[in-house]
Design a protein around this ligand. Structure first.
Ligand code: GLN
Length: 215
């Protein structure tokens, strides 16, 4: 709590010069490091999140692609569940592929527990096996679908930011965002998805500082 307050104060003193934004990537398993050049290109600091203490240092969190079953087991092993849930409520969070599965309200084939923070249902491995993985353009930017889930239902409040073959593949609600594809593997940095997430993190951080304190 103190650390988070300290971070807000740090942000406050840096407004006017430059806001210092720390974006964490949950670093238990999966595609972690490739986010670093995208975040650096935006002027953000990349933080590898492994502990509860790391969660207190960040202004936004990426749940990376990987293997959602393994990530869930590691979250349990390191007793991170409660602190992650708190973080999801406090800072913008973006789930990518396995991360989107963790955020979904309902997970099918196979069924799996999730944090239920986005009102969507997902079907795992819906495009087939690893060898059926493919690259395609979303919003004019080349991204990778790797043993990706399909979002087969979205609640009425969910914004669909992009579709592939008519199906939603990039969605948001409030400060939460999910994509079933990986943009971080493209070396043309920053990706439009990282940019959009970064902008929501900056907006959120500024709203925490408050207009009075900015003067
Ligand atoms: N198939 C993985 C799962 O079900 C997700 C794959 C990915 O994140 N690229 O968790």
């Amino acid at each position: 709590m103190f650390q988070r307050l300290q971070r807000s104060l740090d942000l406050q003193t840096e407004v006017g010069k430059k806001i210092s934004i720390h974006i964490g990537v949950l670093s238990l398993q999966g595609c972690i490091q490739p986010h670093e050049p995208h975040l650096k290109a935006l002027g953000a600091t990349f933080v590898e999140v492994k502990t509860k203490e790391d969660l207190n240092q960040i202004d936004g969190l990426i749940l990376p692609g990987g293997e959602s079953t393994s990530i869930l087991k590691l979250i349990d092993l390191f007793s991170l569940e409660t602190d992650l849930m708190k973080t999801f409520n406090q800072v913008p969070t973006w789930g990518i592929c396995a991360g989107a599965i963790l955020m979904a309200r309902k997970v099918a084939s196979p069924k799996q527990k999730s944090f239920k923070i986005l009102n969507i249902t997902v079907q795992r491995n819906s495009y087939g096996r690893q060898s059926d993985s493919f690259n395609t353009e979303i919003d004019g930017y080349c991204v990778s679908f790797i043993r990706a889930p399909k979002i087969n239902w979205v609640g009425p409040e969910i914004h669909v930011l992009a579709r592939y073959n008519q199906e939603p593949v990039w969605v948001s609600y409030g400060h939460w965002m999910a994509s079933t594809f990986h943009p971080e593997l493209n070396s043309n940095t920053p990706s439009p998805m990282h940019r959009q997430f970064f902008e929501s993190v900056v907006k959120h951080a500024q709203s925490k500082i408050g207009p009075k304190k900015l003067r």
